[in-house]
Ligand binder design. Structure first.
Ligand code: NCC
Length: 276
């Protein structure tokens, strides 16, 4: 159903989605108060140039996948929100280079977020649903979840751990491309953490393998590999335009349909390897 060829779509993603983190020079973060909390190094400086990367969705279909070793063989692995490793290494691996968390987790589940060891590994990135194409200042005044105090608290207690705030402009640049390539109007809500994480890794890595974002033969109504909770909306989307995200990813997949069916695995090029 996508309107552009896979090649053109990759070029649109490369050229129109500006993946950046908030920096100390960005207003309203350019105050002396904020300087002490902003990470000292940029994300690029922190990770360096990455080769093969894995993005691990939190889908229930990862259960019994035995993908752990394959996932850990990558140079870098991105995981989402509270997705655990302990007890699930066989299926999801244990390497965690980046953990992308939403602002709801950082505020509503603040106590766990500040206390659980899970979050102390790797680089953290938090994102928050911003108003459509809002300037950073406008978003800062009315974030979806006011996670800023919790962010400061975490930074104070873990000053050595890199922890970035995703520039909110990215989500709507990506949403516009999703909408332009869908035949129907899509939800006016930002893309899921999954889709954001995929595009973040495409900017950092030479090649990206995504696991169980497009469901394999193990597809299930069980929401997460780490919980016994059933909800079809987890796979198809309700708030997030997840179905449209998945159609787009299917369209630009450079791997085989068999890889999707057997392993829930998609292969995407890093933007460095996209030539327009
Ligand atoms: O569930 P969640 O997502 O943390 O999952 C991370 C990403 O994995 C992909 N996924 C997940 C389950 C599934 N069956 N299929 C999938 O493809 C999706 O791409 C998803 O983005 C989120 O996107 O941040 C989300 O976060 C949760 C929740 O806030 C966090 O887990 C923290 O507790 C949201 N759930 C609720 O609000 C109840 C979810 O809607 C979106």
């Amino acid at each position: 159903t996508a309107k552009l060829s896979p090649e053109k779509l990759l070029c649109q993603l490369r050229d129109r989605v500006n993946v950046t983190m908030i920096e100390g020079s960005d207003g309203p973060f350019d105050t002396s108060e904020w300087q002490q909390y902003m990470p000292g190094k940029s994300l690029n400086e922190t990770v360096g140039r990455l080769g093969r990367c894995a993005v691990v969705s939190s889908a229930g279909s990862l259960k019994s996948s035995h993908l752990g070793q394959e996932i850990d063989s990558h140079d870098a692995v991105l995981r989402f929100n509270g997705a655990p490793i302990k007890g699930f290494q066989e299926d999801v691996g244990q390497k965690t280079t980046i953990r992308l968390v939403n602002s709801q987790l950082v505020t509503v589940e603040e106590q766990q977020f500040l206390r659980e060891e899970l979050y102390n590994t790797g680089i953290l990135i938090v994102w928050d649903p911003a108003p459509y194409h809002a300037e950073i200042n406008e978003w800062y005044r009315k974030p979806d979840y006011d996670f800023f105090e919790s962010y400061k608290l975490y930074r104070s207690t873990h000053p050595e751990q890199p922890f970035y705030i995703l520039n909110p402009k990215m989500q709507w640049q990506l949403w516009d491309i999703l909408q332009e390539n869908s035949l129907e109007p899509i939800q006016p809500n930002p893309p899921s953490s999954g889709m954001l994480g995929i595009v973040i890794m495409m900017t950092l890595c030479d090649e990206v393998h995504v696991y169980e974002f497009l469901p394999s033969k193990r597809q299930t109504d069980i929401c997460h590999y780490y919980q016994k909770f059933h909800d079809r909306a987890c796979t198809m989307g309700a708030y997030h335009p997840l179905l449209f995200e998945k159609n787009l990813v299917k369209h630009i997949n450079q791997g085989t349909d068999e890889d999707i069916y057997m392993h829930g695995k998609v292969t995407l090029p890093g933007f460095r390897n996209v030539h327009c």
